[in-house]
Design a protein around this ligand. Structure first.
Ligand code: HEM
Length: 199
């Protein structure tokens, strides 16, 4: 097995580990009195975490020269989408029993749900266009432009999280700081003169 395959396997196993632990704890009734809520919250945090890890790849490459990381970015982004799907499924099927009128009422009464839905909707075209074939079809520049939506999805994800917590803003604030650092690093890089960029 070559290095890239090995690291992909390592990332895959680690990325699925939280899901395995959650399912194990659910099966052994260790998720507390409301396992659906626990699962919903955990998958929300995992979606946002993988989004931020994906967004950290470019700044880490540029700042530290860790160019190999690019080989794992797509995989990390797809794990964000995967946990986003689980989050949506947990909400719409397990929590709301696919009651469309209940979900519609929830969107109106709790705006953070609408923000989450928009964030998830933005992840869909990103996942669809993640294949090599789609990169070719769109052209590198258009593909890169489209994938800037990852930032918008992550910003909405942090807002969604911030709106849920009532007083303890520590965790959404931490996610916000990491996202702001990623954005700032990217902006600083864009402002560098072309000669420096090429080096
Ligand atoms: C598909 C649309 C989405 C819906 C319907 C939705 C709905 C929810 C609900 C009902 C909760 C639990 C709120 C509570 O416990 O009071 C939640 C929590 C959360 N969601 Fe979403 N969400 C969506 C998309 C997203 C996306 C795309 C992200 C990340 C980018 C995300 C990140 C989170 C986070 C971080 C939490 C909080 C976890 C915690 O309380 O510890 N959600 N979401």
């Amino acid at each position: 097995m070559n290095d890239v395959r090995f690291y992909k396997l390592l990332i895959g196993v680690n990325a699925l580990m939280p899901l395995g632990l959650l399912l194990f704890d659910w099966a052994s009734q260790r998720l507390g009195p409301n396992p659906i809520e626990f699962f919903l919250r955990a998958t929300g945090v995992l979606t946002l975490s993988f989004l931020l890890i994906t967004l950290a790849v470019t700044p880490l490459r540029k700042l530290f020269g860790w160019n190999q990381l690019i080989k794992y970015r797509r995989m990390l982004g797809l794990f964000a989408f995967f946990y986003g799907c689980l989050h949506l499924i947990t909400y719409s099927i397990f929590d709301k029993s696919l009651g469309l009128s209940t979900i519609a009422a929830d969107i109106v009464q709790r705006p953070f749900i609408a923000i989450g839905m928009i964030a998830f909707a933005l992840l869909v075209p990103l996942a669809i266009t993640s294949t090599n074939k789609m990169v070719k079809r769109l052209g590198g520049k258009n593909w890169a432009r489209l994938h800037k939506l990852t930032y918008v999805a992550a910003i909405l994800g942090v807002i969604h999280f911030w709106m849920i917590v009532k007083s303890d803003i520590l965790y959404p604030a931490l996610f916000g700081v990491v996202l702001a650092a990623s954005l700032l690093a990217r902006l600083m890089w864009l402002k560098r003169p072309a000669v420096q960029k090429a080096s």
